[in-house]
Design a protein around this ligand. Structure first.
Ligand code: APR
Ligand code: PHB
Length: 390
């Protein structure tokens, strides 16, 4: 039996950031990850960092490559049919966002972890959590053919939506809130310079489309599709033709290039309350999911572990357990703000296959309001760059 202060399940952005923040405060942790390092570092995910999340990475000493290679955006474009309108985040809120792939964030955090010398185990299996309602919880797992037991003060469940942590809480404790959407996203990564220097969110009769990017040479684009869309029915030519239809406006060209990766992402909203049981604290996708339209998933995960790290510091350093007791409540305020924002952006911009012309007129009116009212535009911008007080 080995022991640590904080046992962290999952080496996604949540688990790795938590381990790093704790390390900087001299708090020990062991991070256990089911997948291999190669798999985790190659997984294509989100790509937008809120202003304050980018600053947190700076302060934590893991922001150097993000500042060199990340793309600072001062606004986004909203498109409705053939009309495009820019929302200037810097003018509306004084803040900007950084476009930097989650994959890159994860690589930077793994590098920092390895440098710290603290344990990070890839390829663990049979992870199970024990005695979470006592003061000496434990994690059992298998690694490289051996069985292990790790005694901890607390366990951080950072193992994503399909992890074991949430499932280890007895039935009846958690309340679940969910919403499914009748659509998904077909996403591509393409070896072509982005056709625009900011993100374009487009609503139209054929459905939603998004132009995003990963670097000056890599475009990331998405198309609304069915939640169970058959990728086999989408040749590269068909994907580009559909993107041209949905994003095209007069006097602008969408440049095409080789498609390097494609995949279908389901869309759901999901929250559990509370985000804690006994000595187990859930963070990131283990506790909540947002549809990707507002780019909040990664940011919420980082904000959760920031709250958790501060609370653990107060507990270890001053014996003050109030911040830990308030963890769930503190996080859920921001989580629900992001849930609302993501649901709103999603329903405003997607074509509802079961919707009627009334729904379309509401979307058009909402988008017009964003073009004509600074108050409406500011509300969107504030949520997008990340609200200060949730
Ligand atoms: N044991 C150990 N690790 C596990 C287990 C398990 N039983 N189950 C899952 N994991 C690992 C996964 O392999 C993954 O690497 O936990 C990690 C969870 O990472 P993420 O899914 O990236 O979740 P999180 O860190 O909360 O980050 C949220 O990821 O899905 C995106 O849009 C989402 O950007 C958001 C971000
Ligand atoms: C992305 O670049 O992957 C991305 C950007 C904005 C979103 C969602 C995804 O809202």
């Amino acid at each position: 039996m080995s022991r640590t202060q904080v046992g962290i399940v999952g080496a996604g952005p949540a688990g790795l950031t938590l381990g790093h923040l704790l390390h900087r405060e001299g708090i020990e942790s062991v991070i256990l990850e089911a997948r291999s390092r190669d798999y985790v570092e190659a997984r294509l995910r989100a790509g937008v960092l809120e202003h304050d999340v980018a600053e947190l990475f700076d302060r934590a000493g893991v922001g150097a490559r993000m500042r060199r290679e990340g793309l600072v955006h001062t606004g986004v474009e909203l498109q409705s049919g053939p009309e495009r309108h820019r929302l200037a985040f810097d003018e509306l809120t004084g803040k900007t966002i950084v476009v930097y792939g989650q994959t890159e964030v994860v690589k930077d955090l793994i590098a920092a972890r390895l440098e710290s010398g603290r344990p990070l185990r890839f390829g663990v299996s049979d992870v199970s959590l024990h005695d979470l309602d006592g003061d000496r919880p434990a994690i059992r797992y298998a690694h490289e053919g051996d069985e292990h037991e790790l005694a901890c003060d607390v366990v951080a469940g950072c193992d994503g939506f399909h992890g074991v942590s949430r499932a280890s809480i007895p039935t009846g404790v958690l309340q679940e809130f969910r919403r499914e959407y009748p659509y998904g996203w077909l996403g591509i990564l393409a070896a072509v310079a982005p056709s625009h220097d900011e993100l374009i969110y487009a609503r139209g009769e054929r459905g939603f489309a998004l132009l995003s990017m990963r670097s000056p040479e890599l475009s990331r684009l998405y198309l609304q599709c069915a939640p169970d869309e058959d990728l086999g029915a989408w040749s590269d030519d068909r994907i580009w033709a559909e993107l041209q239809e949905r994003l095209g406006v007069d006097g602008w060209t969408l440049h095409e290039g080789p498609i390097l990766e494609k995949g279908v992402t389901p869309m759901r909203s999901f929250v559990v309350e509370p985000m804690q049981w006994g000595r187990l604290f859930l963070a990131g996708d283990a506790a909540h999911i947002v549809p990707p339209t507002g780019a909040k998933g990664l940011n919420l995960a980082i904000r959760d572990v920031h709250v958790l790290a501060d609370a653990l510091v107060a507990w270890y350093r001053d014996g003050d357990h109030a911040p830990l007791d308030g963890y769930s409540e503190t996080c859920l305020r921001r989580v629900w703000r992001a849930e609302h924002f993501s649901w709103w952006m999603t329903t405003m911009l997607h074509r509802d296959p079961e919707g009627d012309p009334f729904d379309v007129r509401l979307q058009q009116s909402q988008l017009r309001h964003l073009r004509t009212s600074t108050a409406a535009a500011t509300a969107l911008a504030e949520n997008y760059v990340g609200v200060e007080r949730a």
